[in-house]
Ligand binder design. Structure first.
Ligand SMILES: Nc1nc2c(ncn2[C@@H]2O[C@H](COP(=O)(O)OP(=O)(O)OP(=O)(O)O)[C@@H](O)[C@H]2O)c(=O)[nH]1
Ligand SMILES: [Mg+2]
Ligand SMILES: [Zn+2]
Length: 308
């Protein structure tokens, strides 16, 4: 084939100024081509992202050059990945302990980005057999009880025992998914369980800090055969920088649906009379933890606004 011919591929990794591009028709085991980005991008203030579909051509010595970035369907800032269409929020049933506040924060970001979400409860084996088995089981049941009724799919997995990994793999088909979650919840371990022969580095939680130390350091797309997954160091510093206060309510999907029935337009669902959300909360149709996290995030956002 003419080495100058333009090809279409996907950036699967970015490292030290290089972009690693896999031709769209390549098999899942094929090595990506190491490419430089054309100077034109820098001039335009654009920069290729992992996940981008690009036009590239092969240059000398097996390397290539990225010529054009195709329009993106979505763009995450942290982690920096383009074209993500599914977020798998990974939370371990214990080690580290399940944190509903963090889970709701992730969901706010994902709803805001307009990306589909699946909740993955990892380390299920620890809910059967560990010192914290009882706490882990109750955390697991809470998640199923709160999130399934509002339309989030919940998958329970154990990388250690292979439980639920086939179902997860099936869910990922045809998607570019991002695995997000606190350090140490088992994101890389899950990917290793999904892809035969894959050996991403994993690490035990630092006991002293009670949390992981981000074993995974850069963003990379893993070809799972029929889909891509971005293993990421987690959404490390989640804040609400990109979100307007008036948008928060719409990021809680059960509240979004009810808000058109509130008496006041722009109702904050905190103190207003004839608020459909507060009424549903009263009737036990909205989980108290969801509403209280909403109130908390609202306060956090107001506080931030005051400080700047
Ligand atoms: N019991 C049990 N332990 C697990 C399971 N999956 C992962 N672990 C352990 O949890 C620890 C953290 O796993 P990782 O896969 O490195 O976690 P991570 O989410 O990729 O962490 P970062 O890369 O730091 O964000 C390791 O010690 C794993 O052996 C599981 O299904 N069951
Ligand atoms: Mg990892
Ligand atoms: Zn309201």
């Amino acid at each position: 084939m003419d080495s100058k011919a333009s090809q279409t591929g996907r950036i699967v990794k970015a490292l030290s100024g290089y972009y690693y591009v896999k031709p769209l028709d390549a098999s899942s085991i094929e090595e990506p081509i190491q490419c430089r980005a054309r100077g034109i991008f820098k001039k335009r203030g654009e920069s290729p992202l992992v996940g981008d579909v690009v036009e590239f051509e092969e240059t000398e010595n097996g390397e290539g050059a990225v010529n054009r970035i195709m329009p993106r369907s979505s763009e995450l800032i942290r982690p920096p990945v383009a074209n993500v269409d599914l977020a798998v929020l990974v939370f371990s049933v214990t080690e580290p302990a399940l944190n509903l506040q963090l889970l709701d924060k992730f969901l706010v970001h994902i709803e805001h980005a307009g990306i589909e979400a699946v909740l993955c409860l990892s380390k299920q084996d620890l809910a059967v057999d560990s010192e914290d088995a009882e706490t882990a089981r109750s955390a697991m049941n809470d998640v199923l009880r709160i999130y399934e009724p509002i339309g989030y799919q919940v998958l329970v997995t154990s990388s250690r025992q292979g439980e639920g990994t086939a179902a997860l793999s099936e869910r990922l088909q045809g998607h570019l998914a991002v695995f997000a979650g606190q350090s140490g919840v088992g994101k890389s371990s899950l990917l290793n369980a999904l892809v035969p022969g894959l050996t991403l580095e994993t690490n035990a939680i630092s006991n002293r800090l009670g949390r992981g130390k981000h074993t995974t350091r850069h963003v990379e797309l893993i070809d799972i055969g029929g889909g891509y997954v971005a293993d990421t160091p987690g959404f490390s510093q989640l804040d609400f920088a990109e979100l307007g206060i008036e948008e928060l309510g719409s990021c809680f999907r059960e509240m979004r649906e009810l808000s058109s029935s509130c008496k006041f337009r722009g109702c904050t669902h905190i103190h207003e009379p004839e608020c459909a959300v507060l009424a549903a909360l009263e009737r036990g149709e909205i989980a108290p933890s969801r509403h209280s996290n909403y109130v908390l995030f609202m306060a956090e956002m107001k506080e931030k606004k005051r400080r700047y």
